[in-house]
Each structure stands twice: as C-alpha cells, then as structure tokens.
Write a protein that binds this ligand. Structure first.
Ligand code: DC
Length: 239
C-alpha cells in the first residue's frame, strides 16, 4: 500500500457498517469487498452461527426432535470462534476451536440446521457479545440479520439487502457447483425459503429492516454495480 493511501486511512473517520438481509443475496461478497477496499475489518456473523451448528453436530447434539438445547447451553462456553486472514486469498477464514472449518460450515448439512441454532436465545447472546467486542473500535463491516437492529444499533451506515428467492437459490447453486459440491436447485430453493421463514418469525432478534437502514434490492444488479453503489453509500456516510 502506498504511504499516501496509508495516511488517508489513518486520518479518516472510522465508522461501523451493518449489512443485513436475506440469505444468499450477496451480502458477504459486497461486505468483504468494501472492507478490503477501505481497510476495515470484515466479520461474517452468519459464519459464527454456522460454526456453533457444526459444534453441535460434532458433539452429536442433533436428534430427530431437533437439537439437545440443554447440553448445548452447558457446552456453549467451549465454543471458541475466530477469524484469520488467509495469506494467499486475503479472505477471512472461520476457525472453530482453532480448527479451520470454512469449507465445512458452507455445506448443506450445516445450512439445513443453522436456523434452529440461530433461534436459540443463549446462542444469540453469546454471539452478539463477541460481535460487539469485535466492533468496539469501529472500522468494521459486519454482515448478518440483526447487525443494524441488535448488534450495532448506532451504526453510521446500515444497508438491508434483498433479492428474489429464485435469484438467491441460483446464486447458492452456482457457488456450490463452482466448489465442486453436489447440489440440487430445488432443495436449495426450498432451503432458502425455509430459512427466510424461520429467520423472519423467530422470537429472538428476527430478521427485519432497521428503520434507518437503506434498502437494496440487487436481483438485477451485477456485482460491479452493487459494489459501486455501496462505495457511494460509504462515501456519503463518512462525510
Ligand atoms: O448468512 P448465512 O446464510 O451464512 O447465515 C446462516 C444462518 O445464521 C441463517 O439461518 C441466519 C442466521 N444468522 C442470524 O440469525 N443472525 C446473524 N446475524 C447472521 C446469521
């Protein structure tokens, strides 16, 4: 990085950026790209709920009735989640108890169970606390469902992203295929719709647009167009 650019970052006002919205609508791509461009920390809060889900799976806590809530609550203090930058891609990688779980938490096994875990009050309390600690010095872009409403209600810039369920299912399908993972479009679409429903109707911190969030429907936007739009919102917010 050039010294002029470094100076620019050092003297600029740091803000908190909350990007919420429906699953698979490209929130993390836009949040990651913006964070990289403006030198902010990026946190994928969904990855944290996914890591807790994987932890519950690893400990055999899922059964036909759902998840063994009491045992998970007892064990929640054994869940340590962190992010480290991959040296090669410069992208953050999710660690669960010091093990890289980035690939595993993106598969369908975790995706189909994560909404149940994200609906548990004690899980949310633990994750929100960790998220607030990560953002205490500002200069952070965090994406999720409740970032602008619960985690950082005072964030200077809040974006709420949406796109049609079909467009989102297609994006997730393409993503899994590109990684060489097995996928069926119908089951992904069903999973997307089911998660929308669970995310919007859960009792604790349901998915909902904050009153002061800017709405972005990106169904018909390219990644480049979306990137430019977000950068513009950031420029306005730091004025
Ligand atoms: O963004 P994602 O699809 O990786 O999120 C995984 C799940 O976690 C999804 O069901 C919604 C939930 N989630 C949440 O409840 N609150 C957040 N801040 C982030 C994700």
């Amino acid at each position: 990085m050039k010294s002029e650019t470094i100076k620019h970052f050092l003297y600029m006002k740091k803000i908190t950026i909350a990007i919420d919205g429906f699953s698979s609508c490209g929130k993390s791509t836009m949040a990651k790209d913006l964070a990289k461009e403006i030198g902010y920390i990026y946190v994928d809060s969904g990855a944290m709920y996914r890591a807790v889900t994987l932890f519950a799976m690893q400990n055999g806590l899922f059964n036909e009735q759902g998840v063994d809530v009491d045992v998970l609550e007892d064990k929640i203090q054994d869940v340590h989640i962190s992010f480290q930058l991959d040296a090669e891609t410069q992208r953050p990688v999710t660690y669960l108890n010091n093990i890289n779980v980035e690939q595993e938490i993106r598969g369908m096994e975790v995706s189909s169970r994560v909404s149940h875990i994200a609906a548990l009050g004690f899980v949310r309390t633990a994750m929100v606390k960790l998220q607030q600690e990560m953002g205490q010095n500002k200069g952070i872009v965090m994406d999720g469902r409740d970032i602008g409403t619960t985690v950082f209600p005072d964030a200077e810039l809040k974006i709420f992203v949406t796109a049609s369920a079909e467009v989102r299912a297609q994006r997730r399908y393409d993503e899994l295929k590109a990684k060489g993972q097995e996928a069926s479009f119908e089951s992904i679409l069903e999973n997307v719709k089911e998660r929308d429903q669970l995310d919007m109707t859960r009792e604790v911190s349901p998915l909902k647009q904050a009153d002061d969030a800017i709405l972005l429907d990106n169904s018909n936007l390219t990644i480049e167009e979306q990137k430019a739009w977000l950068k513009e919102q950031y420029e306005k917010a730091i004025q």
